[in-house]
Ligand binder design. Structure first.
Ligand code: DAH
Length: 370
């Protein structure tokens, strides 16, 4: 008589050991298939006596049920394992680094503009803006340029074709027209304004922006950037002007050893007028500020001409002021050592990668300006 306990132990062991569905199926056929070991046992029940059958029947049926149950359980486990294996094998690895992206840079001119704005903002200046396409009145007439002044000629100024009213507009040759707009609009708040709606005195504004001149060589480009400054208040004198520009230079170049000098000059809109130079060393490849015996002009300035104050509707006996105009790009080449001004606007990405600033490196007043 078959030893049911041993058969069950053997079958259970085979089921547990089956490594995959195919082997498990052979184990199932060998036990429960048509001529499997358990099926054979079941067939013997028919030939038994009722007493024998009563005893053996439940044992054999129990064995069949337990083995069938064990096979079903093993099958489910194997299937779950296969799914896990597939999931692991077919997984998309999202941890791969993405392909390198090209990173943008802050253009040195924009960087220098930001630094200048930061320094003048600390001194209490507000920002003003005006249009790039100007009219003759704001660019020249109101600024005291005589009718035949050479700056009005074709070789200096980009004139636009006559419009339907016979007026010729121009690309502004400097940011000084915004002095006029600021003062005039300060008098008449209903005038349609640009960004700055104008200010009534006391006025303290800076005007960063693009300007245009028909010029091109290593130190001149047809488009460049200026920053105008205008201060109008009571009892303003040349001492205020000199201190302001001097203090600006020390802060901007982050050195108390910056030496400046003021040379007499002429501008139609200031009286007296001056140019300010910084002392530097130009013997090497880079210009070095705060050392050497050379001078470099960085800003035109002067006391605002009474005619201009009057043209803008203010009384020059009550209000005086000073103005200045920086060449921003020039200041950038000086601070960050770029040899040719034209490269600044050649849109060469390699140049920008080299001289540009990443957003997090860009100097600011908190981390230092150089
Ligand atoms: N507008 C002058 C230029 O483009 C620069 C300048 C000089 C501006 C003296 C001023 C100033 O405000 O006072 O050359």
């Amino acid at each position: 008589m078959t030893d049911l306990t041993k058969l069950e132990a053997d079958l259970a062991a085979a089921v547990t050991a089956a490594p995959d569905a195919a082997v498990l199926e052979t184990v199932r056929v060998a036990a429960l298939g048509k001529s499997g070991s358990i099926s054979d046992l079941l067939k013997t029940l028919g030939a038994m006596s009722p007493d024998e059958r009563r005893e053996r029947g439940p044992a054999i049926n129990g064995l069949r049920d337990r083995i069938a149950g064990a096979i079903a359980e093993r099958k489910a486990a194997l299937e779950a394992g296969e799914l896990d294996a597939r999931l692991a094998a077919e997984r998309i690895d999202l941890t791969l680094p993405p392909p390198p992206e090209r990173r943008g840079r802050v253009h040195p001119t924009m960087q220098v503009l930001d630094e200048m704005i930061a320094v003048f903002a600390e001194m209490g200046f507000a920002l003003a803006e005006g249009p790039d396409i100007e009219d003759d009145f704001h660019n020249f007439t109101a600024l005291n340029f005589p009718p035949k002044h050479p700056a009005r000629e074709m070789h200096d100024t980009f004139w636009l074709p006559e419009d339907e009213r016979g007026e010729r507009k121009l690309l502004r040759t400097h940011t000084s027209p915004v002095q006029i707009r600021t003062m005039q609009q300060g008098q008449n708040k209903t005038l349609p304004g640009w960004i700055a709606q104008g200010q009534a005195p006391p006025i303290r504004v800076i005007v960063p922006g693009r300007v245009y001149r028909s010029d091109s060589d290593a130190t001149h480009t047809p488009m460049f950037h200026q920053m105008e400054g205008l201060v109008i208040d009571r009892a303003i004198h040349m001492g205020h002007l000199k201190w302001t520009l001097d203090a600006f230079c020390r802060r901007f170049f982050e050195s108390d050893s910056v030496v400046t000098r003021f040379r007499p000059h002429h501008f139609p809109f200031t009286e007296p007028s001056a140019e300010m130079d910084v002392k530097c060393d130009r013997s090497g490849k880079d210009v070095k500020i705060g050392q050497g015996e050379d001078w470099m002009e960085i800003v035109g300035c002067g006391m605002v001409h009474p005619n201009i104050i009057r043209t803008c509707g203010l009384d020059p006996d009550e209000w005086q002021g000073f103005a200045f105009g920086f060449g921003v790009d020039r200041l950038g080449t000086l601070k960050y050592g770029m040899p040719d001004l034209r490269d600044m606007f050649a849109s060469d990405v390699r140049w920008l990668q080299h001289y540009g600033f990443t957003a997090f490196q860009a100097p600011n007043p908190a981390t230092g300006l150089s």
